[in-house]
Every structure is written in C-alpha cells, then in structure tokens.
Design a protein around this ligand. Structure first.
Ligand code: AMP
Length: 547
C-alpha cells in the first residue's frame, strides 16, 4: 500500500523560491573582483536567477546541457547555482587552480556549452578557449563596460548586459528529482579527473542534512562565510543550505588572505565560517601578531584535510571559537561526518574533549559507513582497528560522469559501497578518525604509521608553519617516515630539536627518521598537500642510515 501524501519532486529551484518568499530581505554580501563590497537580498538573487534562466532559454541551451563557471565565491556565482540548475541545465563548477590543459580537458569532457567566468580568470580563458570546441558562448561575469574589446575571445559577452535584457519572471520547470543538477571533477592526482554528477534530489537532501543542529546548525540568525570555494564541491553545499534556512551569506570573492577574511568577518558580523585548514592558518597568522579578536564569530567548520590540534586549540582557547571538524569528499556532495560532541563528552576534561574533536566526527543521517580489511571483512568499531573506509547514501556517487568519447563506464562501487580511499578507525560512539589516504600511509615493519599523526605533532611546534610526512623506501622496514617542514617566517628550529619534540608524543618507531626543511610544500588545486609532487621534489633524497 502506498502512502497518501503529496508527491512533490525535490528541486533546487524550490530552495531559492523559499528563500525569496520567507527570507526575501535576507542579505547576500559579496566582496567583488571589481574591488568593492556588493550587497543585495535573497529576493534580488531569486529575480536575477530567473533572468539567467531566461538567458539560457534565449541561447537555446538544452535541458541537461552543461553550463560552466570559473568564478570566486560571489553573488553572480550564487545566481548560477540556482538559474542554471533550477532551469534544468547542469552547472559545471570548474576549479581555476587546475592547470590550463586540465581545465580545457574537463570542459571538453563535460561538453560545456557556455562558460561564465570572473575577469580574474581571463588569462586562463584566453589560453584555452581555442581548445574547447563544445563551448558556444563565453560570458564575462561583469558589466558590459568592463569587457575588454581586445580580449581575443570571439564574441565575448557581458553577464550583466545579458541579464538586464531579460524579464525577472520565469516558470521553473517541474523536473524529476533525479535530474542532474551540477557536476564537479575530482582533483585527479592520478590519471584524468573524474566527475561526480549531482542530482536535485541528492543536493536538496544534502542541504537539509547539512543544516541540522548536530551538523552545521544553520539558522536565519546566522551570518555565514563560506571561504571554501564554490568551485570545489559546491562550497560544501552551503549556498543551498543557506537558502533553505535564510541565513545571511557573506562571500569573500578573491580576498582569501588573512587580513581580507578577518576584515570581512568583523564588518559583516559573521557568526559562522567554513574552510580548509590552510585558509585558517593564514587568518590566525594575521590575527596573532596584530593582537586581533573576533567580536561575533562563534563556530567554524574545518575540513578538506585533517585539522591540526594546534589549530583547534588556538580557535577554542585563544579566540573562543568552536571548531567543528568535518570530513567528506567530492564524491559525497561532500559531507560525510561532522564532529559535534555528545552529552557524555561535555563533562570530560579539556584534554579528553580535544581527543574527540580531533576525530573527523560521526556520520550524518543519510551516510552509512564501515571499515573493512583487505579481504573486505567488516572491522570492529573500537577506535583502534583501522581499515578502508566505505560509504553509501543518497548523496554518494554511484558512477562517474562519462562525458563523450569514453567507452567504459567507471563504476567504483563494491557491493553497493563507495570506497573512499581513506583509512580510518571508528570508535564505539561512531566517531570516525581518518588515519590517512590509503596511498599515504607509511608502512614500517608491518605496522602502519599515520602520516596525519606525524604531521599534527610537527605543526604543534611553534616554529613550524606546515609539515608533510611521507614514507621512504627502506630495505629492512619497507618504509620509514620522514617529515618535510616549512618554518614560520622569522622562526628557527633545528632537525634535532624537532625530532626531540616527538619524544612522549609518538611511539619511538613512529618518530620520523629525518627532517627536511623546504621553502614550500607542493599544494594541489583544492588546497591539499600534494604528496606525489613532494615525492618528486625529494626523488634524490636518501634516508640517513642508507647514505
Ligand atoms: P576532495 O574530493 O578533493 O574534497 O578530497 C576528499 C579527500 O580529502 C578525502 O577522501 C580525504 O582524504 C580528505 N579529507 C577531507 N576532509 C578531511 C579531514 N577532515 N581530515 C582528513 N582528510 C580529509
């Protein structure tokens, strides 16, 4: 027997319609590429999203065809989130930090029909536009008078000129909720990037779940700053969850340095911010020497890579900001777990609370997870046994997007579970902790050493800005860990001092065999350390006992 409730397809357009009707005066503030601060409301955002949908109709972009963005976090990008997907097209957010050839490759693979880009990225577009035959329209996200006549891009259009010519009315199509809505390519450290293709259903369910009290706990009373880019996994779904709750949105645009972020937090009375550890490192690096305080910031979600304990402690103890450690991936829309404390933790000592906060957290309703051994056998949730982390749920990929030309579908699932490539433990309370990417684990004498643990200890040293642990081949032990370190400007630490710092913090056999000081650690397009590149940098390196 079927239930007798109304059947209504979940749709991205309903999110912005809801925000317009119930939070029409809610603010969206953006630092613009133009250099100023732009302010408008959800009502105006909804109107302009409809104007954009009309533009796409005028250009005859068909349902399901891809419209790409190369843009910072800002109100025009937000309009694309709703105007493109809401009208049945697929928004392809492109990470501008990828190499130009890779950008051209993903555009061709996705068969993008139209590309809208911030003027900052004009040099990228100039470099690749002739290599992207599928693209019929190049649109600059600016006023007509800011579009250079000598751009070299044939028929370069102005987004604002296109919008102003359109009515603000539009009837959103009624789409099957499984219709594709947006796509994001993984950074692809090996081989070509692969795309997760999200649907209206997966996006709306994820937006609901992300807003829950034990997840991001978003409310119309919040002022939210997503520093995590809209070009990487939909800014962790925050634009959708913000529309669902009516929260004020504050977009940092191209201003990602510590000072710009701090100023925006204070100016816009931000209560809640989200980003990767490297961004917060820059923010804290600006605040510490200038003796600055937050007047409104209460909580920050930190994820994308492991949040070092020193950062959790700095936010919590020095600035009174609660850190919510989160884990997810492009293939998971992206949220999988978030570390909010349970009642039983509240009476614990600060040191014990920190042990919990360091974990990547517990599963969000909608995400099922398990750890397995190399034979696929499920492992216990005892907080000690580690294994390959598998997930499933309505916002986890089933298959990668094929695009045109590829013959074999890429179906990653194992018995319905998605292998994340992460190695983790899960404790009896369901708190998951990533020990490593499976390819980054250091395997020494049959035991595994978590490179994240070794890095966390190094960055707790006051002179260390950044640290990356990698395994080096060893004839007796298989691999031994070394730690590559970037010092903070003006700070000193020697190899011996840093190795001594590991005493009492790690078992003897886990202490790195050596320290290598570098000017920089190679970073990938999504702000994560690129250990494959680091291995190339250190290809002639020899462990001390093998020299
Ligand atoms: P991406 O798809 O680019 O977002 O990368 C996803 C990967 O980033 C995950 O599979 C993890 O390896 C890593 N990651 C994300 N969040 C965390 C976290 N909080 N701690 C450790 N690793 C993380």
């Amino acid at each position: 027997m079927l239930g007798l409730m109304q059947r209504q397809e979940l749709s991205i357009s309903s999110l912005i319609e809801f925000a317009e009707r119930h939070h029409g005066e809610g603010q969206i503030v953006s630092r613009r590429v133009e250099g100023d601060i732009h302010r408008y409301t959800y009502k105006e955002c909804a109107q302009r999203s409809r104007q954009l949908a009309n533009v796409l109709d005028t250009f005859n972009v068909k349902q399901g065809e891809r419209v790409a963005s190369i843009a910072w976090n800002g109100y025009r990008h937000m309009e694309m989130y709703f105007g493109v997907s809401g009208s049945g097209r697929v928004l392809h957010t492109i990470n501008p930090r990828m190499a130009p050839e890779q950008i051209a490759w993903v555009m061709s693979h996705a068969q993008d029909q139209m590309v809208c880009f911030d003027m900052t990225f004009l040099p990228i577009v100039k470099a690749i536009h002739s290599k992207c035959p599928s693209v019929k329209h190049w649109v600059a996200l600016c006023e007509a008078d800011k579009v250079p006549s000598d751009s070299g891009i044939p028929n370069l259009l102005s987004y604002e000129a296109l919008l102003v010519a359109q009515p603000t009315t539009y009837t959103w199509p009624e789409l099957d909720e499984n219709t594709a809505s947006s796509m994001c390519y993984t950074s692809g450290t090996t081989g070509n990037p692969k795309a997760a293709l999200y649907s209206h259903r997966s996006t709306v369910l994820h937006a609901y779940a992300a807003a829950l009290p034990d997840v991001m706990c978003l409310s119309s009373r919040d002022s939210i700053l997503p520093v995590v880019p809209m070009f990487h996994v939909n800014a962790w779904g925050i634009p959708y969850s913000a529309a669902l709750t009516g929260a004020k949105l504050v977009f940092p645009g191209p201003g990602m340095d510590g000072k710009s972020i701090y100023d925006l937090i204070e100016l816009e009375r931000v209560t809640y911010a989200a980003g990767v550890p490297t961004i917060w490192q820059m923010l804290l690096g600006h605040m510490e020497p200038n003796k600055l305080r937050f007047s409104t910031l209460k909580r920050t979600v930190i994820g994308g890579s492991a949040c070092p304990p020193a950062m959790i402690a700095a936010f919590n103890d020095q600035y009174g900001v609660e850190v919510l450690h989160a884990w997810g991936m492009t293939e998971m829309s992206p949220l999988g777990t978030l570390c909010t404390l349970k009642n039983k933790h509240l009476t614990m000592s600060e040191a014990d609370k920190m042990k919990v906060r360091l974990k990547q957290g517990r599963a969000i309703y909608g995400v099922d997870m398990k750890i397995v051994d190399s034979a696929g056998q499920e492992l216990p949730w005892d907080g000690k046994t580690y294994g390959d982390l598998l997930v499933k749920g309505p916002w986890v990929v089933r298959e990668y997007f094929q695009g045109v030309g590829d013959k074999e579908p890429v179906r990653p699932l194992i018995d319905g579970w998605f292998p994340t490539g992460d190695v983790a433990t899960i404790d009896a309370d369901g708190y998951m902790q990533i020990t490593d990417r499976s390819k980054d684990v250091v395997k020494s004498g049959g035991e595994w050493i978590s490179s994240i643990d070794i890095e966390n200890i190094a960055v707790a040293h006051p002179a260390v800005a950044m640290a990356a642990c990698i395994g080096m081949a060893h004839p007796k032990w298989d691999e031994r860990p070394i730690i590559a370190v970037v010092k903070k400007p003006g700070q000193e630490v020697t190899r011996e001092e840093l190795l001594a710092f590991y005493q009492d913090k790690a078992a003897k056999w886990q202490v790195p065999d050596d320290v290598v000081f570098l000017d920089a650690i190679p970073m990938g397009a999504t702000g994560k350390m690129q250990k494959s590149k680091l291995r190339e940098v250190l290809k002639d390196y020899k462990l001390p006992d093998l020299r």
